[in-house]
Design a protein around this ligand. Sequence first.
Ligand code: HMG
Ligand code: MG
Length: 298
Amino acid sequence: MNNFPETVSLVEVGPRDGLQNEKSEVSTQTKVDLVEMLADAGHRHIETGSFVSPKWVPQMADSDAVFAQIKRREGVTYSALTPNIKGFENALAARADEVAIFGAASESFSQKNINCSVDESLDRFAPVVSQARANGLRVRGYVSCVLGCPYEGEIAPAAVASVAKKMLDMGCYEISLGDTIGTGTPVKTQRMLEVVADAVGVDKLAAHFHDTYGQALANLYVALSCGVSTIDSAVAGLGGCPYAKGASGNVATEDVLYMLDGMGIHTGVNMQKLLRASVFIMQAVGRPPSSKVANAMG
Ligand code: HMG
Ligand code: MG
């Protein structure tokens, strides 16, 4: 009936996507402790920071210090967002293991988020990808607004497929499909995934769903049944996007883990240790966790 994967790779984006949108000040030491707790919980890919303009996203201004201070574990990839060559050079100097370029399927969102058109963004990403690869780093590609845009509304799946394909052709190893504002619903998710998988292959796709309307787990279930086996999530459901009004956090890692554990899908992440990281970061930001599982089990 279903085509569920046996194992899923979780990409923990809380330290970047979560904390980039946090209003309260989070110290560098807290970020370092969070990254280390996530690695201790079994995460093998942690998006640790972002090398963007500190005027645009001040919350990520200390990413170089976070990278410098974390104790690195063997087998863990510590990655960073890099919108342009300047960001890439900073990420390289910080010894990021992997970088990510981030574009959009929506022109308006591209302008608001990175101050250029979709085509211009691809022109800026090309040298980032080639320099990253020349330095032995893998590059992940994000496509935002795959199930709706805060400025344009509906987005055609063909527009998502087109940007995804261009980023893969450029040399990205994987495309993470962002439901940036969490407006997607399951059948719409399936239709979008069918079109994009048809263009680039489902094995190249990751799901990056925000939970603004409480649809993320249902959408992820659909993504899993379509064969997607990489899922982005943020501990405690931290997160949002500063350039997408109303975007709440990413789907919470502990909620995803609970679902995957219940489906017998292996991730390598330990729930109890993850919950400790969840309680830790929410105490630091002064709010209760927004995940159901942390509230039930934490
Ligand atoms: P710009 O103003 O068009 O860039 O910004 P510019 O090249 O004209 O430079 C302007 C100033 O920024 C200059 O400094 C540059 O040096 C500096 P000044 O001379 O004014 O002092 N600058 C930089 N500084 C540090 N690092 C850099 C960098 N580049 C330029 N890399 C830019 C263009 C892309 C830089 C800007 O728009 C920006 O930083 N945007 C950040 C957007 C962002 O981080 N958004 C959140 C992440 S995306 C997301 O959350 C979605 C995702 O989760 C998936 C999903 O959910 O859909 C990934
Ligand atoms: Mg996001």
